[in-house]
Each structure stands twice: as structure tokens, then as C-alpha cells.
Design a binder for this molecule. Structure first.
Ligand SMILES: C[S@@+](CC[C@H](N)C(=O)[O-])C[C@H]1O[C@@H](n2cnc3c(N)ncnc32)[C@H](O)[C@@H]1O
Length: 225
């Protein structure tokens, strides 16, 4: 089955909010009160059989949104286990239903706010981390909702294996600049603008949106130092 057939078979939920509630972008430890709608932390017994081979994830898609990239990646890379992390619950439920209904054994999506870290992922176990088209949060007062930080990069650095890469994409020049600034500040990654040959991956929902409208996309391929 192609990705277009799959998406056609399972229409996306109609009413999906553009953003989740502001609290969900804040680490749970920094909240005075934990709202009932806050996504649960991922327990130590992870991965708890979420993949058919009962093994660990090998690929992470952080902020997987409508999961087109994740599903196509799983279908075209049967030897990898791809895990998506996403905080909009309706989209997570949609993806989980597709994965279960189609028996896609090498994909899973957790309802989780990645700002709480990646402690549940084993050190040096991941081949690629994808962080694609994050919410830009352009206003100064919104910027604390951005996930990309030195702390986030420390987490990604810990979970990536020695040959692994972090892949970034955005359609906002100021987000690309921000990514570069934090990467340099972290002293944990070197980075290049990848050639098309180095970016032979499925398209995300947001990337297709940009392609259709001729919107420039900024990509970075980041190597752990
Ligand atoms: C603009 S969308 C892009 C989705 C997808 N990567 C794509 O390219 O189509 C950004 C996604 O990141 C999710 N997100 C933002 N902050 C997050 C966090 N702290 N943890 C998990 N997901 C997050 C949002 O809910 C949203 O679905």
C-alpha cells in the first residue's frame, strides 16, 4: 500500500487545533498544577511491546504531527523501528489507529511532550532523529514554548549512535537561524546544509504544503561531535 492510499483510507480528523494548550509545551516539573489533559510521562518499562519485534526504536520523529513522514518511513524501511512523539492527542489517536488497523509493526506514536526529555530512550541506540518543521513561535513571549534548546540537544546527543544524525527542517529563516545558534552554543554537533542525495526521505505533511506553494525550506544535517 502506498502512503497516498493509506492517507486516503483513513481521513484525518476534521477539527484539529493548530496548537495544544500552552502548558503542554512546558516541562511537567516546572508546572505548579498538572492539568488533567497533560500527556503522561513515558515509563521506564518502555518500549513495552510497541513494536512487533519487541525491540527498541531506531528512529525518532519528534513532533510528528499528522505522521505522514513516519508512516511512509515505516513502510519503506522495514528494518527500522520508528517512534513518533506528538502532543496533539487527536493526531496521536489517528496515527495509532492506522498503525494498529494496518498492522504496521515497525511504527508507533506516543502522546508525549518531548520537552520532558528522552530519558526513556537508551543511550547510543538511535540511527536518526528527525525534528521537522517545528512550530515557529515567532513572538518573543511564545518562545519559551520552543522545544529546541541546549538541553534538548544534550538529550538527542545521548540517544544518537556514533554514526547517527539529527535532521532539521523549517520553512522559517528565523527558526533556521535560531537552530544554528543553539547548535553552535551546545558544542555538541557539527552541521551542514545537506545535498538532495543526503536527504532521501519521505515528505512530511508540512513539507508537501511548502512544496506546493514554492515556499523555501531550510534543512540541516547535524553530526554528533
Ligand atoms: C508544524 S507541526 C509539523 C509536523 C510534522 N513534523 C510535519 O512536518 O508535518 C509541529 C508539530 O510538533 C508538535 N510539537 C510541538 N511541541 C512539541 C513537544 N514539546 N512535544 C511533542 N510534540 C510537539 C506539534 O503539536 C505539531 O504537531
Amino acid at each position: 500500500m502506498t502512503i497516498n492510499d493509506l492517507i486516503g483510507k483513513y481521513p484525518y480528523p476534521r477539527k484539529v487545533r493548530h496548537h495544544a494548550s500552552a502548558n503542554l509545551y512546558i516541562p511537567i516539573r516546572d508546572l505548579k498544577y498538572i492539568p488533567t489533559y497533560y500527556p503522561p510521562l513515558i515509563e521506564d518499562n518502555f518500549p513495552n511491546g510497541c513494536f512487533g519485534d519487541l525491540k527498541n526504536p531506531t528512529i525518532l520523529d519528534i513532533g510528528c504531527g499528522k505522521s505522514r513522514f513516519l508512516l511512509e518511513f515505516a513502510l519503506t524501511n522495514p528494518n527500522e523501528n520508528i517512534l513518533g512523539l506528538e502532543l496533539r492527542k487527536t493526531l496521536v489517536e489517528w496515527a495509532q489507529n492506522v498503525i494498529k488497523s494496518e498492522n504496521i509493526a515497525n511504527a508507533w506514536v506516543y502522546w508525549y511532550s518531548a520537552v520532558n526529555g528522552l530519558d526513556f530512550i537508551q543511550k547510543n541506540s538511535i540511527n536518526s532523529v528527525f525534528y521537522l518543521f517545528p512550530d515557529p513561535w515567532p513572538k518573543q513571549k511564545q518562545q519559551r514554548r520552543r522545544l529546541f534548546s541546549v538541553k534538548f540537544l544534550k538529550d538527542v546527543h545521548r540517544v544518537l549512535n556514533f554514526d547517527g544524525n539529527l535532521y532539521l527542517a523549517t520553512d522559517c529563516d528565523y527558526v533556521d537561524e535560531y537552530h544554528r545558534k543553539i547548535l553552535i552554543e551546545s558544542e555538541l554537533f557539527s552541521f551542514v546544509v545537506p545535498s538532495d542525495n543526503e536527504w532521501n526521505f519521505p515528505r512530511t505533511n508540512k513539507e508537501l504544503f511548502c512544496l506546493e506553494r514554492n515556499i523555501t525550506v531550510y534543512r540541516l544535517k547535524c553530526k554528533p561531535i
